[in-house]
Design a protein around this ligand. Structure first.
Ligand code: 26W
Length: 767
């Protein structure tokens, strides 16, 4: 295959650009490698008969494609060598090889699942939107976040394969548009499995009309084209906040309708009856975003001549639903009128589903209120999903418990058997093998097999927990990773860091519940304690924070600004900066995560207990040997159960305590009664960090004092204590790296191979 692949690269270069490997521009080389990859992939055998799982997701946050694609095909090393001989490298693609079509955890999870399913030989295809602009690029200007469009298609989409033959039409109330699929091959790791990601692009059915153009009404002439293109133009940069925008509903209907049409066509063309659909496809709904697929499938089946009841029954065997959040503001509700305006035919079907539900509830003597799909002028997508889907799952044990007992409790009472837990996971191929090859090599050498293939074997590493040579080696590998990260941060942020420091990191979307504010307040406390002499010295530590805020989320953007203000001042203070540094890494994304995570000693997972459904960066850090400084929330709990509480740093209220507290919580008294809390919080508005011309952060201050929804002030003292303990434990390097090793050795459950295996066994291919 290697020779063929190299031949294809040369051929593509010759045919498209009339160049060879030496003379090609980086984008030309990249494009040709993509085309050669697709040519190789298309030769893989396809089994048309097997049942396929379809992952419907509004987001796929893949990141760089080239290395992981070549890695899975076993072509990575050979290609790097071949390119090196010609004076070229895959690293030349840094700036444009990036498929950032997702916001955060939910989108990245979808990408990990695709990689894992292919690698453990499970037929899973992804369906989504080929956004023209991906997740925005963040810059920091005068300490503030600025957003720029992510123009990922500017140079080339090397891996996308346009499939005009499979284009379908999607009908809205007053327009019909074309959905053109682009295929991205998803190869399994050194097996023969070839799955696909299918992303739809919206286009106008017709070109512009010359008559209108000739009249000089150029805008009118092009307006149908613009309107169609707009649907797949931009990824909504919202995470955990409901964005009830007409365009978002259009996007959801657009890609799910297109995907269903394609899936149904394939099914019928193969000569099978529509009644047998559940034997050939199962659809996993990644949160409620694609839930409009339920009434759409029913509508399409009715159009084939079946009754509503039959269609409903089929849909009930095809759909499974995953919930990813318990935050009320993230549960999707659509204004009924808006729905009617955009997709009236689908709305009619939803009404029929809702009537059926009302009837069933009446039979069961249940009060309809909390179940209804159409209620108070809104369409409740989670209720629709829970009613029709045959499986409902949460993404970590505690999260599933919360949706059962609280968020979706009414449904749990009605259909207890539908509910199940699938704790998230991450792919060790990208998050260990590709991002930390030295560590991977060490582990593989020690356990005398590839730790990538069968990740369960990683447990064998635990036998080396007291092997000093191994612990020292872990330190050395981390040190090299830190050096690399220092170079990157110097290049991007112009801040010089020292690899001898302890690296303490929080990287994730900015949200109040994730409590980046609590992180910076703890840093402020340490800083002020060093200045006042209450703290004589600490092991030199750099606090790294990376986060993007949704552009419309004001207070989140203010928190970013505050972090940057504080970082600037602390880094410039010569009294403390040999011990304490703060860096805000701008434009945190998958590629920069690959550099940050392997260089991190302490992983900060500090959400208020009960709020983070699972978290997945916690798993990536664990796999790379960081210890967790965190709350009992999401998958942190399972991580600590596996790796031992003594090997991590747990603090703060437990979930049941949060529930108790919420009835009586008084942030003002937390602020007034603890002088350290007060001292840190006061820096939001006093002159410690703020220049005269700087506006005080009254808004943040007030949000803490008035409400403190996420109990920052309550958890801050315990957090600071555990943080200082972790930092001081670093003095005994070996014992620190012993903890690191035990974390790595116990991370096998957090491989998405395990997660996908469970989805396959319990949901997709059960029985
Ligand atoms: C409608 C706007 C919107 C957009 C995205 C609402 C909700 C979302 C997602 C549910 C947010 C999200 O990414 N959730 C994260 O999903 C991860 C994968 O399961 C979990 O690990 C995170 O804890 C959860 O916050």
């Amino acid at each position: 295959m290697t020779d063929k692949f190299f031949d294809y690269i040369r051929l593509a270069l010759k045919l498209n650009f009339n160049k060879d490997i030496k003379s090609a521009a980086p984008t030309e080389l990249y494009n040709s490698i993509g085309k050669a990859f697709n040519a190789v992939c298309s030769d893989f055998p396809q089994n048309e008969d097997e049942k396929r799982a379809c992952y419907f997701s509004a987001e796929f946050l893949i990141g760089k494609l080239t290395k992981s694609n070549l890695f899975n095909l076993g072509l990575l090393e050979k290609t790097e060598k071949m390119l090196a001989e010609q004076g070229r490298s895959l690293n030349e693609f840094e700036d444009f090889d990036d498929l950032a079509l997702g916001n955060g955890g939910l989108g990245r999870l979808a990408a990990c699942f695709l990689d894992s399913a292919a690698s453990i030989d499970i037929p899973l295809d992804g369906y989504g939107i080929r956004y023209r602009y991906g997740y925005f690029k963040q810059t920091i200007v005068n300490d503030e976040q600025k957003e720029e469009a992510d123009d990922w298609l500017k140079f080339t989409d090397a891996f996308g394969l346009r499939k005009d033959d499979d284009a379908v039409e999607v009908t809205f109330r007053n327009e019909k548009i074309r959905a053109v699929p682009y295929i991205y091959y998803i190869p399994g790791y050194e097996n023969n499995r070839m799955n696909k990601l299918c992303l739809f692009q919206a286009e106008a059915l017709n070109d512009f009309e010359y008559e209108i153009f000739d009249r000089g009404d150029w805008q009118d002439a092009f307006s149908p084209m613009v309107s169609a293109m707009t649907i797949s133009a931009n990824l909504y940069p919202n995470d955990n906040s409901e964005a009830g925008k007409i365009l978002r509903l259009k996007q959801q209907y657009f890609f799910t309708s297109a995907a269903l049409q394609l899936i149904l066509k394939r099914h019928i063309d193969s000569g099978k009856s529509i009644h047998a659909l559940p034997d050939s496809v199962v659809i996993q709904l990644n949160d409620t975003h694609p839930t409009i697929a339920i009434p759409e499938l029913i509508r399409l089946i009715i159009n084939l001549g079946e009754s509503f009841d039959t269609a409903f029954e089929i849909a009930g065997k095809v759909f499974a639903y995953t919930n990813h959040t318990v935050l009320a503001e993230a549960l999707e509700k659509w204004d009924e009128k808006l729905f009617l305006k955009v997709v009236p035919d689908v709305y009619e079907i939803i009404k029929m589903i809702d009537e059926r539900l009302r009837f069933e509830l009446k039979m069961l003597n249940l009060k309809p209120d909390e179940y209804l799909i159409i209620k108070d002028g809104a369409v409740h997508m989670a209720n629709l999903a829970c009613y029709v889907a045959f499986s409902v799952n949460g993404v970590a044990k505690i999260h599933t418990d919360i949706i059962k007992s609280d968020t979706l409790n009414q449904w749990y009472q009605l259909y207890p058997k539908k509910f199940n837990n699938k704790t998230n996971g991450v792919t060790q191929r990208r998050w260990l093998a590709l991002s930390d090859p030295e560590l991977t090599a060490l582990i593989s050498k020690l356990i005398s097999e590839s730790c990538v293939d069968n990740f369960n074997d990683i447990k064998k590493l635990e036998a080396y927990a007291d092997d000093e040579a191994v612990l020292d080696k872990l330190f050395e590998i981390r040190y090299e990773n830190k050096k690399r990260l220092c170079n990157y941060i110097y290049k991007t942020e112009h801040i010089r860091l020292d690899p001898d420091f302890l690296f303490c990191t929080q990287v994730k979307r900015l949200h109040e519940y994730k409590r980046q504010l609590m992180n910076i307040l703890s840093v402020i406390h340490i800083y002020l304690s060093l200045k006042s002499g209450e703290l004589k010295k600490i092991n030199p530590t750099v606090f790294i924070i990376g986060a993007k805020a949704a552009p419309g989320y004001k207070i989140a953007k203010r928190i970013i600004e505050f972090i940057n203000v504080v970082a600037r001042k602390i880094n410039a203070d010569e009294q403390t900066n040999s011990m304490l540094r703060v860096v805000f890494v701008s434009n945190y994304n998958v590629s920069c995560a690959e550099k940050i995570i392997p260089a991190t000693d302490i992983s900060e997972q500090i959400s208020l207990a009960g709020k983070e459904a699972s978290g997945t960066s916690n798993m990536k850090f664990m796999m790379n040997g960081a210890v967790t400084l965190g709350t009992y929330d999401g998958a942190n709990i399972e991580i600590v159960q596996k790796a031992g509480e003594e090997n991590n740093y747990i603090f703060g209220l437990r979930e049941n305590e949060v529930r108790e507290q919420s009835k009586v919580y008084d942030p003002l008294s937390e602020y007034e009664s603890n002088k350290y809390v007060k001292r840190a919080v006061d820096t939001l508005t006093n002159a410690t960090f703020l220049d005269e011309n700087e506006e005080p952060f009254n808004d943040i201050f007030n949000s803490l004092i008035d409400e403190d929804r996420y109990m920052v002030l309550k958890d801050l003292p315990d957090y600071i204590e555990k943080k200082l303990k972790a930092i001081s434990d670093y003095s005994d390097r070996r014992s620190f790296f012993r903890k690191a090793l035990i974390n790595i050795a116990n991370s096998s459950d957090f491989s998405s191979d395990r997660t996908v295996r469970e989805y396959a066994d319990d949901i997709w291919f059960k029985g």
